[in-house]
Design a protein around this ligand. Structure first.
Ligand code: IMP
Ligand code: MG
Length: 172
């Protein structure tokens, strides 16, 4: 089923765009260093390629989170893997694979702001902008994508397909 996905973004297009974003990040952090927080599992792929293209000194952290709806209008953050170290007074860059409704990232941002970083910015590989329910300011966006289910380059369907080297979509 995942063998011949229609291609949405080729490997080289992905890498070319990540390079542009890495250069933009470097310009914004001149003379600074940054704690990069990669959000497991999907963002691993993007994070590795992004930080290798950056010149800014980084320290790498990983978190695994998901959001769940508590009551009708409120949601909560479930932290499955938390930070290993203190980020207070540090420049923090969240690296996420995709923003859809915005629920997860908005709760994650709130959670990390409570730890008093010096700055907090967000980089996403893909933004399904038309799906947004909760507004979240994104500092770096590689691709704005349509409302289709994407697979590959970290994106999964029931944990499968993450290692497909390009970004394809489920055609249904
Ligand atoms: P939201 O922004 O809180 O709605 O959730 C974003 C999460 O939904 C991401 O971290 C992904 O795990 C998942 N997701 C949304 N769209 C896709 C997709 O097209 N492919 C794979 N996962 C997706
Ligand atoms: Mg995810």
């Amino acid at each position: 089923m995942l063998e011949k996905l229609p291609v949405y973004l080729e490997e080289d297009e992905i890498q070319k765009r990540i390079k542009e974003v890495a250069e933009q990040i470097d310009k914004d952090y001149v003379g600074e260093d940054v704690v990069v927080i990669s959000i497991l599992k999907g963002a691993i792929f993007f994070t590795v390629d992004l930080v290798k293209k950056m010149k800014t000194p980084i320290e790498l952290e990983v978190m695994q989170v998901s959001s769940y709806v508590g009551t009708e209008s409120s949601g909560n953050l479930l932290v499955k893997k938390d930070l290993d170290r203190d980020i207070s007074g540090r420049n923090v860059l969240i690296v996420e694979d995709i923003i859809d409704t915005g629920t997860t990232l908005s709760y994650l941002k709130e959670y990390l702001l409570s730890k008093n970083p010096k700055t907090l910015r967000i980089a996403v590989l893909a933004d399904k902008a038309e799906r947004r329910k909760v507004p979240v300011k994104l500092d770096y966006t590689c691709f704005v994508i349509p409302d289709k289910f994407v697979v590959g380059y970290g994106f999964d369907v029931d944990e499968k397909g993450r290692n497909i080297p390009y970004i394809g979509y489920l055609d249904n």
